[in-house]
Design a protein around this ligand. Structure first.
Ligand code: ADP
Ligand code: ASP
Ligand code: MG
Length: 428
């Protein structure tokens, strides 16, 4: 007998028919004698709809509220956490109709405690006592993902987009589960997003470090924090498909320690992010303190700056500084820099939103030289211009025009030998 946490994402619970299919996966594990806690996301599209309603409700209306009046982030959470409550209840109903004892749990009922960062709260602790008592009675716990409660205020909190992954892994850690299975609409972690590159290959295993980089650099298959929690607590986590036949299950991809991977490629995967915007300040005085005058105000506004490049201009008195910010912060960042133009002292400010970041990840980069250089050559041969580059121990990233995203991903995928064999593609 094992203790399992199973998580089902939005596409897997998109309607009642799919919830019935999820219930068949749960039943298989229950019939095998396992103790089971299930974490569910909202039906696909539901969280987007809820977020849009919050924005609409907060819009300025003449004579009603002032333009830009801030709304309470705790109310955002109160609204967006509702999607997961619906699917938790529906799955519990379906399980009971199949003769399986089950009940739904809201985050606050367990409770899952979080900090006070509404909208992107961090889990501070989970009391698994009541769920374990349920296991003793043979009861399946169906837990609403993505949410918790701030114990200081009693307000509902949410964990950031994609946060049900983190709910599941953190619950598995708290319950000391033998395994956490993240069921989604792909049958594992691939060398890159299979929606972009048809030759992407499923990985049997990927290390925590590489998965962390893949997720941070845009592979939305797992939320970044879920990988952190799995790594810190050593949770045995699989990514697998809910669309597999419940009677013929396959384990998918195991996220594990580097030592547990026998065959290690130099590059394990390619990730990309559309969530980038570029800002360039031209003719900035080349003197001490100028970088601080640009980046301190952005940091104070909680804007994350990612890639930074500084170019010395011909007269050695001026420089150009280029950097990237998340797309969602672009307008705010431009406004802050324009307001601070006198203190910074620049000739011109330019911005581009049609840029993307493409990254290659692999622990093999620690011991191999020239890995990034090959990419620069390969991209140049396809006529793809690189706007900025960053490298670190196990990854490098390039910023390019959005129009070249697919070509760049596929080019790097082929270049590093990640493509599936032609015969396996032909056989499909
Ligand atoms: P869920 O709703 O189950 O949480 P997500 O949409 O959040 O599912 O994540 C699954 C999606 O992640 C896949 O459909 C796939 O398009 C995307 N994805 C991005 N990169 C990868 C990758 N390297 N391997 C597998 N899937 C990936
Ligand atoms: N429903 C939430 C979202 O779409 C959480 C999740 O699916 O993991 O972000
Ligand atoms: Mg997800």
């Amino acid at each position: 007998m094992a203790r399992l946490v199973l998580k089902f994402g939005g596409t897997s619970v998109a309607n009642v028919e799919r919830i019935r299919n999820v219930a068949r996966h749960v039943k298989r594990e229950v019939d095998a004698g396992h103790e089971v806690a299930v974490v569910v996301s909202a039906m696909s599209g539901k969280t987007n709809e809820l977020v849009a309603w919050v924005s609409e409700a907060a819009e300025p209306v003449a004579g009603v509220n002032a333009p830009g009046s801030p709304f309470d982030q705790a109310e955002y959470d109160a609204v967006v956490a509702s999607g997961e409550l619906v699917t938790a209840g529906l799955l519990a109903i379906v399980l009971k109709s199949m003769g399986i004892d089950a009940r739904s749990w809201a985050g606050w009922q367990i409770p899952i405690h979080t900090d006070d960062a509404h909208g992107s709260a961090r889990i501070a602790g989970i009391d698994g006592t009541a769920i374990v008592e349920g296991f003793a009675r043979g009861q399946v716990a169906v837990v609403a993902g993505f949410q918790g409660v701030n114990p200081a205020t009693g307000r509902v909190s949410t964990l950031g987009r994609g946060g049900s992954d983190t709910s599941a892994v953190a619950l598995a850690a708290a319950l000391k589960a033998d395994r956490c299975d993240i069921y989604t609409d792909v049958d594992g972690v691939y060398t890159t997003d299979p929606r972009i590159a048809p030759k992407a290959r499923r990985l049997d295993r990927i290390s925590f470090e590489e998965m962390l980089e893949m997720a941070s650099l845009g592979a939305k298959v797992l939320q970044v924090r879920s990988v952190e929690v799995a790594m810190v607590h050593g949770v045995k986590t699989y990514v697998r498909s809910s669309f597999d036949d419940p009677a013929d299950p396959k384990l998918g991809t195991l996220i594990c320690a580097e030592e547990d991977i026998v065959e290690q490629e130099v590059v394990t995967g390619i990730a990309f992010s559309r969530d980038e915007a570029q800002i360039t300040l031209r003719k900035v005085a080349d003197k001490p303190g100028v970088a601080a005058s640009i980046f301190v105000p952005l940091a104070q506004a909680s804007i994350n700056v990612d890639m930074i490049i500084q170019v010395v201009s011909d007269d050695a008195r001026h420089t150009d500084i280029t950097f990237t910010v998340p797309s969602a912060e672009y307008k705010r960042a431009m406004a802050i820099l324009q307001a601070a133009s006198d203190e910074i002292g620049y000739g011109q400010i330019q911005g581009a939103e049609d840029v993307v970041k493409v990254s290659a990840i692999g622990v093999g980069m620690r011991s191999h030289h020239g890995v990034a250089a090959r990419a620069f050559k390969g991209l140049a041969e396809k006529g793809i211009n690189i706007r900025a580059i960053t490298t670190s121990e196990i990854k490098f990233s390039v910023l390019i025009d959005e129009a070249y995203l697919e070509l760049a991903v596929r080019t790097l995928h082929t270049l590093y030998g990640l493509d599936r064999k032609a015969d396996t593609i032909a056989a499909e």
